[in-house]
Design a binder for this molecule. Structure first.
Ligand SMILES: [Zn+2]
Length: 437
């Protein structure tokens, strides 16, 4: 194993934990890395070969960074503690610039020795809450390390992948890379996919974006979009003993629902079928004893495919509701009060997108996976990510690739395996070396 460039020795040396016993598993990965070393050297040169092999010190760093992040609770808008942990790690690992933007996202920058592309990696800091606490067998914010896994809310979604990105970017020998590498620990993704990253992109203007959501290190070349739509019907209130004197908004809504359920979902050869699902219905007044409701609100979750736009989605719904009066249709308006005091606000529309399978980002991802002992494969992503901002809204070539299994998202006893976490560092470092050398 070659030694890696390290920042000057600091108090971090004193904080090192002994390597856990299961680290023996890592030997297999290193063997695989060595097997592919000749191929890598021929293809990318020395830098990529080195990047694909991560040492024991880096393993300890990524484990410790992931655990620090998991210990810091971070619901959307309340990410301060986790943001401070990310900032601490970036400073410790020698990032050239570490800054916090107005919404509270942390951005670390590493400059190469010569001009070149700006590659930006993004992972969100916020998590969904830990629910059904009685079912957890590991403390949700304990970041327990056992059975080769780090346990806790956000371990996979997505503090583990974020830790892997932070460590991977710092591991590169910057005297031998061109351009700029940025890593963001962004806020509020669980509420709004895209806007927090878009704010970073507007300021930094990257050429390529890597979204670190979990794919088991497969290359995510396309992602369904998401929209939250509110449909409202209006009526006339009356005493429910004389309902003919009123106009029941719920009955009108029943017509609306029947028509919207009859809409045929759009189909996409890459991403599959679009989805339109009713997720909430509320009549008003609520509770509604002895009164004919004069209003009904239904919330629909739309999963979008390529080609669907802000305008086309609403037009399709309005066309299906043609002839019905007193019906309103609009995107939800989502407001996230950030921990900095700023407010992140957007309509709830986040488009689908794709990247060409021959794009250099995809080639880099496949080769990096192979170098880390992962079968190189492309995949598509059914859930929504910040890629809807970078690629969908802004058209910047983006890819989704991250360690960990999406089956761990939002579940009881969430975990990420140390094996995936460390392979994640190797994959990101190799991708960056390939793209920046
Ligand atoms: Zn996520």
């Amino acid at each position: 194993m070659r030694s890696r460039r390290r920042p000057a020795a600091t108090d971090r040396d004193a904080e090192k934990e002994p390597l856990p016993a299961y680290m023996g598993e890592r030997a297999a990965t290193f063997a695989l890395c060595r097997q592919t070393a000749a191929l890598l050297t021929a293809t990318f040169g020395d830098l990529c070969e080195e990047a694909s092999m991560i040492g024991a010190e880096m393993q300890q760093d990524v484990i410790a960074c992931c655990r620090d992040l998991v210990r810091a609770r971070s619901l959307a808008g309340r990410e301060r503690e986790a943001a401070e942990a990310a900032e601490r790690w970036m400073r410790r690992l020698g990032y050239d610039v570490v800054a916090v933007d107005r919404y509270g996202s942390v951005v670390g920058i590493i400059h190469g020795r010569a001009p070149g592309p700006y590659i930006h990696l993004d992972g969100h800091l916020d998590t969904v809450p830990a629910t059904a606490l009685e079912l957890w067998t590991h403390e949700p914010y304990g970041a327990e390390l056992s059975d080769g896994k780090i346990w806790g809310r956000g371990a996979t979604d997505m503090k583990g992948p974020l830790a892997a990105m932070i460590c991977a970017a710092a591991s590169l020998d910057r005297a031998r890379i061109r351009g700029t590498i940025g890593v963001s620990a962004s806020v509020a993704e669980e509420e709004l996919e895209g806007p927090a990253l878009n704010a970073i992109i507007a300021e930094r203007r990257p050429d390529l974006v890597i979204i670190g959501e979990s794919t088991m290190l497969q290359a995510g070349i396309g992602q369904k979009g998401r929209a939250g739509i509110r449909v409202t019907t209006h009526g006339q209130p009356a005493h429910s003993s004389v309902p003919h004197k009123g106009d029941n908004a719920v009955y009108r809504m029943m017509d609306v629902i029947a028509r919207l359920r009859a809409i045929e979902a759009p189909h996409d050869t890459l991403l599959g079928a679009g989805v339109m699902e009713l997720v909430e219905i509320v009549s008003s007044p609520y509770p509604g004893t002895s009164i004919v409701p004069d209003r009904c609100d239904v919330r629909w979750d739309r999963r979008l495919v390529r080609g669907e736009t802000r305008t086309s989605v609403l037009e399709g719904i309005r066309a299906a509701l043609g002839g019905l009066d007193q019906v309103g249709v609009a995107y939800l308006d989502v407001t996230v009060p950030c921990y900095t005091g700023a407010t992140l606000r957007s309509d709830d529309f986040h488009p689908a997108w794709e990247i060409h399978p021959e794009h250099e980002l995809v080639r880099a991802a496949l080769r990096a996976a192979e170098a880390a002992g992962v079968e190189p494969r492309t995949c598509t992503i059914a859930y929504c990510t910040n890629g809807s901002g970078s690629a969908g809204d802004l058209g910047i070539p983006s890819i989704i690739i991250g360690p960990g299994d999406a089956a761990q998202f939002h579940v009881v006893d969430e975990y990420i395996s140390v094996d995936q976490l460390t392979r994640g560092v190797a994959v990101y470092a190799t991708m960056l070396a390939y793209l920046a050398s």
